[in-house]
Design a protein around this ligand. Structure first.
Ligand code: SF4
Ligand code: SF4
Length: 346
């Protein structure tokens, strides 16, 4: 039996909307940086949303906030976006990855395209699959280890450094001034994502690994009623992580992204559903999850805006001054901290 894979629903519309929006703010940021390099006035607004691509800085800033109560003023939106991602992963499994992340969206489009064009996605031997899945956790633990070793003074020094002030521009340059090595790596990732389902998210993304760990404590789970399940395996066929949904009564793994594609293809009513497990048993409809997540995102941004926690405090003049320096100058390279300096001198 040929299973229909594509289920175009509110999740896919949200993914499409966020993807287009991300391209839009990326382009606006490019124009802002270009203008700031010239001699004239900066008239284009800097879109704060680009800070979503600075998750490591956001993690540091959250640690400092928890230690001191002080919100980062350099890339405050990065904290808001990470806070949102963690919140909805807590509420609706790892839904940030399958509903909002533009990289996750691109990854999904690529494997679905590969499936249509080649006729299938290739699977990896189980003995390689498990070590591969742990790569993203190793990457995450590497960053967490470094951040754990930094005290609030170290973090403050990093967040206030010229390097971090201009980290968003460095990120932009990563994409528009690609080195040959970067081109090869990105090409490899694209090819891998076409032939292997959810290649980036399943194996490599440390951000997804963090959301997966948060989702272990999530209030929602995919639940299967074994009494009415007819073992058609449609749920397994559509699952981006190939989870054995037809064999489990409850999906607890951090690999479940809460995409709800399995619940949407299940042909038997009330057999497979996404349910709140605490404090009350509520069955979530796809539309309710989507609307709730959008409202949480909009509410978080609005709250951050009215409390001055969204826009950077780096003035356009300061930005222009830094931008006019060579971006690769020593003044704008990664700072080191007392602990690292100590290690080097030992
Ligand atoms: S188990 Fe269902 S909700 Fe979870 S990732 Fe697989 S298809 Fe998506
Ligand atoms: S799609 Fe529904 S009926 Fe089919 S195997 Fe999965 S849970 Fe059972």
């Amino acid at each position: 039996m040929k299973i229909k894979i594509a289920v175009w629903n509110i999740r896919n519309w949200i993914q499409l909307g966020l993807f287009v929006f991300t391209i839009g703010i990326g382009f606006q940021f490019y124009l802002f940086v270009k203008q700031s390099s010239g001699d004239g006035e900066i008239t284009i607004a800097r879109p704060a949303g680009v800070e979503g691509f600075l998750p490591i800085g956001a993690l540091m800033a959250w640690k400092r906030f928890l230690l001191t109560g002080e919100w980062d003023t350099i890339h405050p939106a990065a904290m808001v976006i990470l806070g949102f991602a963690v919140s909805i992963s807590f509420l609706f499994k790892k839904s940030f990855c399958s509903w909002f992340c533009p990289v996750g969206t691109l990854s999904e489009w690529l494997w679905k395209t590969g499936e249509r064009v080649i006729g299938k996605n290739f699977t990896i031997y189980k003995w390689i699959e498990l070590p591969l899945r742990s790569v993203k956790y190793f990457l995450l633990f590497f960053f967490v280890y470094i951040i754990a070793r930094m005290n609030s003074a170290d973090i403050y020094a990093f967040l206030q450094s010229p390097y971090y002030k201009i980290a968003d521009v460095k990120m932009l340059n990563f994409f528009i001034r690609m080195s040959p090595a970067t081109v090869w790596v990105i090409t490899g990732l694209i090819v891998g994502s076409i032939v292997i389902r959810n290649f980036w998210c399943r194996y490599l993304c440390p951000y997804g690994a963090l959301m997966g760990i948060v989702s272990l404590f999530s209030l929602s789970r995919i639940i299967r009623n074994p009494k009415t399940c007819i073992q058609c395996s449609r749920c397994v066929e559509v699952c981006p992580s190939y989870l054995p949904v037809n064999l489990k009564n409850r999906i607890d793994t951090p690999e479940c992204s809460g995409c709800m594609d399995c619940t949407n293809v299940c042909p038997v009513d009330k057999t497979l559903y996404f349910q709140n497990i605490f404090p009350k048993k509520i069955v979530w409809k796809t539309s309710v999850v989507g609307v709730s997540a959008i409202l949480i995102l909009a509410g978080s941004i609005y709250l951050a805006q009215i409390t001055g926690r969204w826009q950077t405090h780096v003035s356009k003049q300061e930005f222009k001054k830094m931008r006019l320096m060579m971006i690769d100058s020593p003044e704008l390279t990664h700072p080191t901290f007392p602990a690292q300096k100590q290690q080097r001198s030992d």
